[in-house]
Design a protein around this ligand. Structure first.
Ligand code: AMP
Ligand code: MG
Length: 421
């Protein structure tokens, strides 16, 4: 048997796996489908944004020189000669002593250089509309309450650069620029295989000695959350032949293959043998807990990652190593989750020298400082604890325990606003 790779640090593992994947081919999607994805090319506007100078407020458009000397004591009275609503164009000219009533979004008349908002204009005669006399008690700067043409972009400008992640506002911005087709990296298709003769599908009540396959569902959800298209493949029993056939078929069909279970050194753990036999075995274990048994290799040119079977261990392996690689494949530059430093709410003993990821909840105290409370049950067999957590608190390598109040790094998970932060 060939010499197998030794245990490596998490950083080395991440570097290794991220280094083995490359960007997906580019596809063009409708702008709305580009939400949250990475622009694969520079995107340009086909016109000036905004296309014309327009009123930013409902009010009166006029020449600023008309009201330059206006004051409370000596208001300047102007005649309203017309009205211009959003969507209309006032094509006339504004003579001396005249102004035009204007609505937000309406193009600025050619002769006007300022807009005075309704609220500070007095009506001297009429109802303030066409034919009325209105008074101004203060000067108004040129450009006041006007949005200039081309303020945000000029025709032909790059409005979203290659590599930018397109947010909801970006979708709107691109729509305004006429950039309705967005080249982006294809979503990786991820094949997910659960290994274990004890496993049954979740829609079955397990018989004696059997459990439901939960990992495939969690890993499919993790892959989906990371922007991929997951496929849950059939459960594979603990035999080398069955696993080998399943992994080879998946490697030929998918962009990335994830297995769970059978990753340790037990009598029925075959993922390492299979990857070694069919391709190149590059990693067997990582200095982390939960989830030391993390297998990685290349089979038929496809990355194959063997996660441990314990649910929390599989989850941590995905979060820490697989997710960054799947993000790189989609063109993201930032591959890791955001972190915060938080005060431990209770002391944490450390006996295992591996880096430990504590399933935890981070909140803010009255002073606005982050405080982290590790879940009581840190068993690597549990998904429910992670469902109730919002971060992984990191106990670094070594055997140093932490006191209550000491600050530790917390990796924020994909939690929504319902989970306190
Ligand atoms: P293994 O890595 O195969 O030694 O499995 C470790 C533990 O995780 C065992 O208790 C397995 O029953 C459990 N396990 C393995 N695969 C799954 C799975 N797909 N869903 C839920 N639990 C699993
Ligand atoms: Mg097993």
């Amino acid at each position: 048997m060939a010499q197998r790779p030794d245990m490596i640090s998490l950083e080395e593992a991440r570097k290794l796996v991220v280094g083995q994947v490359k960007a997906m081919p580019v596809e063009t999607v409708d702008v709305l489908d580009a939400l949250g994805r990475v622009a694969a090319q520079d995107l340009k506007s086909d016109m000036d944004i905004s296309p014309f100078a327009h009123a930013a407020m409902d009010g009166f458009a006029l020449r600023s020189t008309e009201v330059a000397a206006a004051s409370d004591a000596a208001p300047r009275v102007l005649r309203v000669i017309d009205e211009v609503a959003a969507g209309d164009v006032f094509e006339g000219s504004i003579g001396e002593g005249e102004c035009v009533r204007i609505m937000t979004g309406a193009p600025l008349p050619a002769d006007a250089d300022t807009v005075v908002k309704y609220e500070i204009v007095g009506v001297v005669e009429g109802d303030g509309r066409s034919g009325s006399q209105v008074s101004f008690a203060a000067p108004s700067e040129p450009g006041a309450n006007i949005r200039a043409a081309g303020e945000e972009a000029k025709a032909g400008d790059v409005v979203v650069s290659a590599g930018e992640v397109i947010g909801a506002a970006g979708v709107g911005f691109l729509a305004s620029c006429g950039a309705l087709e967005v080249p982006t990296y294809m979503r990786p298709r991820v094949g997910i295989i659960a290994i274990g003769s004890e496993l049954v599908a979740p829609d079955v009540m397990p018989g004696p000695g059997k459990i439901r396959n939960s990992n495939s569902y969690a890993m499919a959800a993790c892959a989906k959350e990371a922007g991929c298209i997951p496929t849950i493949l059939p459960i594979v029993e603990d035999t080398e032949e069955a696993l080998s056939a399943a992994v080879l078929a998946a490697a030929d069909e998918f962009d990335f293959v994830i297995t769970s279970g059978g990753a340790s050194n037990g009598d029925y753990d075959f993922i390492k043998d299979v990857v070694e036999g069919a391709g190149e075995l590059l990693m067997t274990s990582v200095n982390m807990r939960p989830g030391k048994a993390q297998t990685f290799g290349i089979v038929h040119g496809t990355p194959v990652f063997g996660l441990p079977g314990n649910p929390a261990a599989a989850y941590c392996g995905f979060e820490m190593i697989i997710r960054p690689a799947l993000r790189k494949m989609q063109g993201y530059r930032c591959l890791e989750r955001p972190t915060v430093m938080a005060k431990l709410s209770k002391p944490m003993k450390k006996k295992d020298p591996r880096r430990i990821f504590l399933r935890s909840t981070v909140t803010k105290d009255e002073a606005g400082e982050h405080v982290v409370t590790p879940a009581k049950n840190q068993s690597s067999g549990l998904f429910g604890v992670i469902q109730k957590s919002n971060c992984l608190a990191v106990m670094p390598e070594g055997k140093e325990s932490k006191e209550a109040g000491e600050r530790i790094e917390c990796i924020l998970l994909d939690v929504n606003e319902e989970v306190v932060l």
